[in-house]
Design a protein around this ligand. Sequence first.
Ligand code: WT7
Length: 567
Amino acid sequence: MHHFGSYEDRVKSFDWKISEKELEYQPGNVINIGWYCTDRICEMGKANKTALLWEGQGVPDRKYTYNDIRLASNTIGAYLRSLGIGAGDRVCLFMDKIPELYLGFLGVVKIGAIAQPLFSAFGDESLFIRLDDARTKAIITQRKHALKVRKILAQMPYLEHVIIVDHDGKKELKEREKPFSLDNATPVEHLEIHPTTAESPSVLHYTSGTTGKPKGVQHVHYSLISQYLTAKWVLDLRDDDIYWCTADPGWVTGTSYGIIAPFALGVTQCVQDVGFSAENWYRFIEKNKVTVWYSAPTAIRSLMKAGDEIVKKFTLTSLRHLASVGEPLNAEAVHWSNRVFGLPFHDTYWQTETGSIMITNFPGMKVKAGSMGRAFPGIESCVLDLKTYEPITEPGRIGLIAFKPGWPAMMRTYWNNPETYKNKFKNGWYLPGDRSSIDKEGYFWFAGRDDDIINTAGHLVSPFEVESALLEHQAVAESAVVAKPDEVNMEVVKAFVTLKRGFDAGPDLELDIMNFIRKRLSPLAMPQEIEYVASLPKTRSGKIMRRLLRAKEWGEEIGDTSTLEND
Ligand code: WT7
């Protein structure tokens, strides 16, 4: 029997108090995610249970019990405190998926500081924009990534500490750099947990905006109430599970469901920090006897591409529940997983701002392949008319996804940007910025984003950020960046550019521009194609019409062009 049971029963009797009660949380009391994920589990008698099974590239595997992660997070927390870091300070975690990323996250939130995880493939420009916005006080990183920090350090007087977790003692440390090794530090048995309460800030995740800089999505410790219950009911996590969330904690899935929820539930989770290949993934599932697997459509499509034969080389019978997030999960992917694993992938829909799963195909219920499923109990949802913002009542008509605010994991604001936060609401509804229809049984069918943001391999890329970076290239006069269809990644970045006089449009320059973006921003943001054009389509007011360029890439109708200037 699944934890979830029947949808109708759950909806009828739903109250977030169910989660509060299970977590023994009394409103008004202290609630600290770091404590819930470690100390509490130990107090419940699971100190010797395995919390984390870790596999890296060319190094021995690592295994941590709940007591180990309690001690390690205490030790990191105490160290940060000794540097003068405390409640409300932003501490960036800028690491590959190494154990210190997970343990550091817990240490940061234990002392009431705000964890700011950033994807370690970010280049110096992407990093700078986000650290500068958050006025980050300390960054915890690895030697190889510290080089990117060095490049921008002079511009960040507020960044007091650059903590390097794998310093070998040989290379010279530069300004503000401090070595810290968990292996050499004396474990701290007792750490005073900062008495954070429900509304104390916990995590700051940066997400891409359409027209402005990336936005810092600010979460609070009370988010645990949503994350815990959704992981239990949607991912169906149980005491004896071996859980694998493939997401990187640089993104929200990797924190909400790759750190917070599984540890707060006291399950064993495994983490793989090696490059992607179908062989690596199946071997990892077999080796750890993974039971619950939370992944993403791009990865699933890559596995499909690798073929059915390779699946047969491994024993994957431990798997019992599969879920997916980040992009539309095609019906074919669900049929494929049914065929090769004997289990369907269950789609889940949510976003950085919602903090926890909002819409899903629930375990134990019939999966409607191609649909995202139904709203989580307690979440009031609908789709709104694209023009009037009135709720649509007839099934099948596409509108804007809308949620009534009030669930525990909802972001509290955008960091330093209350205006943009306010604009996410219409008539009392929170609008995530996506379009969908709802069928007569209440299942949501995703229909695309309502803005120009590019979703590549489940990661959002802002065309604005790429365009701004392109302008810094010496050859680029103007640019427009849009999504282009891609078989595996769903969308990839494509840039249209006009060149300054004296530059040769050609493959050498294209490569040079691509590399420029990859280094400054990230491999995700790097255009996969650059098309040189003589001019860009603009509105009469001079705004570049990305919509036109995008429609061309997708072979779609161009629609209303009445405001076009140069046609
Ligand atoms: C955007 C959120 C929290 C998940 C990681 C990404 C798209 C997410 C689905 C889905 C279709 C989806 C939406 C959403 N998205 N899940 N199941 N089907 N689209 O978090 O970076 O904040 O991106 O990803 O467009 O708004 P994110």
